[in-house]
Design a binder for this molecule. Structure first.
Ligand code: ATP
Length: 305
């Protein structure tokens, strides 16, 4: 049996970062949105006792582990463990989501692997509970759409959103690890150069813009508390953010912990226009256009070998 599932990249329309908790994570309030930029994960049964083997293909493969640390491998093993069966699978990951980019590509692969493995093993339990054990963004990758994330991001509820939003996704070669960006934020707050939010809550204006299907209103209320920390580590990203707005984007912001920057356009044609202009600046190593919101992890195909 070969089962294929896909899952989306995410962006954060709001990423408010609260205090550092005793478990090492920060309390967050975030509004996630899923992009129609998807990784695919296929799982194929192998003979009993052969274990799990993982291969990574597609547009972005650098830095993706092919061993048991790969989040898709961890996800299928977790489902097999719940069901009480030996996990003997080949996993093929086709990556369209840039790696270590702040777009939750690894989380998408875990979510797709959860869906595929749950189908293969007939697992009927709550995948959200398993997702929370593996990572903060996987719960959102499962549901997709637009959602509010709280705690460390793993507690998700859907948020009503109307219309489509067209984003220009600008990849950068500046490596930014998520833990390093959070550490930098703590440092900047300790020094007093940036302040923590007074209240950790979703912005009503942002939610209203989503209800109004208004990219122009949404552009005014995008926010990312990690942005000053990402820019402190990789100051060149500011040029990319400025280039996007100079080239007509409604707003630009660092995606999650970066280094990807995202720019909101009025519509698809406008996004293509902004993307072409950014490409010509040579400031980004890859420029993509994506629509949002998109569905969460879902089955793509199921074939008997
Ligand atoms: P984070 O979830 O930490 O914010 P990110 O969205 O910035 O991460 P990812 O593409 O998820 O970036 O990659 C983060 C790291 O996770 C990679 O550098 C890699 O070592 C590890 N990783 C594990 N499994 C995967 C996977 N299936 N795809 C991509 N990266 C993976």
């Amino acid at each position: 049996m070969k089962i294929t599932a896909s899952a989306p990249a995410k962006i954060n329309l709001q990423l408010s970062v609260g205090a550092l908790r005793t478990d090492g994570y920060h309390d967050l309030v975030t509004v996630y949105q899923a992009l129609d930029l998807r990784d695919q994960v296929s799982i194929t049964e192998r003979a009993e006792g052969m274990g799990v083997q993982c291969s990574v293909n597609g547009e972005f493969t650098d830095g993706v582990p092919g061993d048991e640390t790969n989040l898709a491998v961890r996800a299928v093993k977790l489902v097999a463990e719940q069901v009480g069966v030996s996990c003997d699978l080949s996993i093929d990951i086709k990556k369209a989501i840039p790696v270590a980019a702040g777009l939750a590509g690894g989380s998408a692969d875990a979510a797709a692997a959860f869906v595929a493995a749950a189908e293969l093993y007939g697992y009927g339990g709550d995948l959200q509970i398993l997702a929370a054990q593996l990572g903060s963004d996987i719960g959102f990758s499962l549901i997709g759409g637009t959602a509010l994330g709280t705690s460390r991001g793993e507690v998700v509820v859907p948020v009503m959103s109307r219309g489509d939003y067209c984003w220009v996704i600008m990849s950068s070669t500046n490596g930014l690890s998520t833990p390093r960006v959070y550490q930098k934020l703590d440092q900047l707050r300790d020094e007093g150069s940036v302040r923590a939010p007074l209240q950790l809550q979703p912005k009503p204006e942002l939610l209203q813009a989503l209800l109004a299907a208004s990219p122009t209103d949404l552009a005014k209320h995008l926010s990312n508390d990690l942005q000053p920390a990402a820019l402190a580590i990789a100051p060149k990203l500011q040029r990319l953010l400025d280039a996007a707005t100079d080239d007509g984007a409604l707003a630009s912001i660092v995606a999650g912990s970066g280094p990807t920057c995202i720019a909101l356009a009025k519509d698809y044609e406008h996004a293509l226009d902004v993307a072409a202009r950014i490409t010509a600046t040579n400031l980004a190593n890859r420029v993509l256009v994506a629509k949002a919101p998109a569905p969460g992890a879902e089955l793509v195909s199921k074939d008997r070998n």
